[in-house]
Design a protein around this ligand. Sequence first.
Ligand code: OFO
Length: 170
Amino acid sequence: MLSKSIQEALNNQIRLEAESSQAYLAMASWADIQPGLDGVAQFFFQQSDEERVHMLKLIRFVNERGGFAMVPDLKQPMVTFHSLKRLFEEFLKHELGVSAAINELVDLALKEKDYATHNFLQWYVSEQIEEEKSARELNDKLELIGEDKSGLYLFDRDIMNYRTQNAAKK
Ligand code: OFO
């Protein structure tokens, strides 16, 4: 059975995962209408779907443990980005925020000696390590490319392969 405070904290995380899904959906939609960013759009559409899966996993866990997972209302995320660089900086910033929230949750689960929740959260800890790493690497690549058009072309072409390679390493 979940304590009131753990239930509340998990419900906050449900909101955050839903907000992540929305944020990445907005990034996907922005990239989708830019010329030549089809790969980036596809990357964020997929990223958005994954965040929804993260939210669903939490919803099921809360309900299974005798709590009540509340589906949150959502505020509109940032919908326009001035450049590809800005887009990926926002991506990294968002992931860092999610990692911090997961760490706090882990901390709370330990303090309350809720080992079931602690164990459940380990999947999110590993997921955040991977996602932070990807977001950092993509930002580094963009930094190297700068304004070079052929570099940007290759970045967009290869971003989905990059994702597949990283998933294969998991
Ligand atoms: Fe939910 O995985 Fe990152 O944010």
